[in-house]
Write a protein that binds this ligand. Structure first.
Ligand SMILES: Nc1ncnc2c1ncn2[C@@H]1O[C@H](COP(=O)(O)OP(=O)(O)O)[C@@H](O)[C@H]1O
Ligand SMILES: [Mg+2]
Length: 435
């Protein structure tokens, strides 16, 4: 038997598992909180379900539904609603079932890969390689396959997060081609359903695409706290054992998510994390403290992912703020300091060019919007305006994240000249101060 009898460690994994199995059981079905789970009902989406059902019902009689565009902020139930309607339609067709090809454009974003994905999904194997064939060859192959396999049925092409492809090279062209597939098909008919998180997505579309895709659109409004509470209550019944949620838990999750533009995904994540924390700490019930802790942990996870995913230049700007804060805790950091130290740091990283003050200022704004720093604008009278910059999270937490970035990790002990008491910089040259 494998045991953890390493004397240098205090954590006893055997005891941990024994306690875990003996401990209280919070979850009945944890999977019901996974993003891929499709609930049996979608409260507060009646109007949207009705509209989509109305537009797609003709597929039941073999007619071609119009192309549809769905808009709404993240977590407003767009993906869930389309998946829900597709399941329902399937229940009401005995023969000639419509096909549903689902494409997440944040993952599959190039025209080539979209066509290859549609082809491979219909045929049921990776027949088209990830690169290599000319696009028009795949296109012809796809038309042939649609007529051969889908025959005289309808094929719904769901382009989720469609906003991710409009700005890609060839994005408008592929959208145009996909909206016009029917003109080149003999028996099969297709209908495109685009889902966008960005309301301004249409601005980036070619007028030809708008005229065939954007005629019918459905907007998903954000949920308020009461609606999120209803969604959570129903989901909690399938997810948690009876009576494990203390009073106020659901309403707190709903209220916190309502503040974040009514994002149902956020509300469900909070509830799940709170349940996991209760379980981890061997509590029999999920309490308000667990929700607060969950909120704190989710924010930290967000900060870590956000910083790791930022462009290197933005990571450098943050490193500058970190270094000034580290070596001079009491200094009031102004935007001018950031530009100065940024110029020192870019010399130390291979292949990085110096950005303008303007771009650095944009990155400072982005960091502030993401809640990683605060950047308060302050007027300096006749000297114009500056920003007073402060870190939001604790500095050790930030150091750990920056340490995990290869190009940044060696900069974290660099002492900026600005802070070295015996040196000054004039016109990009460093001089020793005369005492
Ligand atoms: N009305 C609703 N009822 C039940 N669950 C919902 C509802 N709206 C959204 N959800 C859930 O919230 C999460 C996010 O919804 P999703 O459809 O992915 O949002 P979007 O695609 O708009 O970003 C999913 O887990 C989904 O099941
Ligand atoms: Mg979605």
């Amino acid at each position: 038997m494998l045991t953890n009898n390493n004397h240098f460690k205090n954590f006893n994994i055997d005891q941990f598992y024994k306690n875990y199995l003996k401990g209280p059981k919070i979850f009945k079905n944890r999977n019901a909180l996974e993003p891929s789970y499709i609930p049996d009902e979608l409260p507060h989406r009646d109007k949207e379900i009705e509209e989509i059902a109305g537009k797609t019902a003709c597929a039941l009689r073999g007619d071609t539904p119009p192309n549809i565009l769905c808009y709404g902020m993240t977590g407003t139930g767009k993906t869930a609603t389309i998946r829900y309607v597709s399941q329902k339609i399937a229940q009401y067709t005995k023969t000639n079932k419509p096909w549903w090809i689902y494409i997440n454009c944040s993952i599959i974003s190039t025209p080539y890969r979209i066509l290859a994905h549609i082809y491979n999904t219909i045929i049921g194997s990776e027949k088209i390689p990830p690169t290599g064939l000319p696009k028009d060859v795949i296109f012809k192959k796809l038309l042939g396959l649609l007529d051969y396999k889908v025959k005289d049925s309808i094929c719904f092409l769901v382009l989720d997060e469609i906003d991710m492809i409009a700005n890609e090279r060839g994005g408008n062209e592929i959208l145009y081609d996909l909206t016009r597939l029917d003109e080149n098909l003999d028996s099969c008919r297709t209908s495109l359903i685009g889902i966008s998180n960005k309301l301004k997505f249409k601005d980036s579309l070619d007028p030809r695409v708008i005229s065939s895709l954007g005629k019918d659109h459905i907007t998903f409004p954000v949920y308020n706290a009461k609606e999120l509470g209803d969604i959570l209550n129903i989901r909690a019944k399938v997810t948690f054992n009876n009576d494990v949620l203390k009073e106020g838990v659901i309403s707190l999750c709903a209220a916190l998510a309502a503040k974040e533009h009514g994002d149902a995904r956020k509300a469900l994540q909070l509830l799940r994390k709170a349940g996991e924390i209760a379980e981890r700490t061997q509590n029999r019930m999920v309490s308000i403290e667990h929700v607060n802790k969950a909120q704190f942990e989710l924010e930290r996870d967000f900060t870590i992912d956000y910083i790791k995913g930022m462009p290197l230049q933005a990571q450098l700007v943050l490193t500058v703020i970190y270094l000034i804060s580290k070596f001079n805790e009491n200094r009031i950091i102004i935007s001018g300091d950031v530009y100065e130290v940024y110029n020192e740091l870019t010399n130390k990283v291979l292949g990085v060019r110096n950005l303008t003050r303007r771009r650095i200022s944009d990155y400072i704004n982005d960091l502030s919007l993401a809640g990683i720093i605060t950047a308060e604008k302050r007027s300096m009278g006749k000297y114009g305006a500056t920003k007073i910059i402060k870190l939001c999270d604790d500095i050790i937490f930030l150091r750990d994240i920056l340490k995990s970035i290869n190009k940044i990790k060696d900069l974290l002990d660099y002492r900026p000249i600005l802070i070295q008491k015996n040196k000054i910089r004039i016109n990009n040259n460093t001089f020793r101060k005369l005492n």
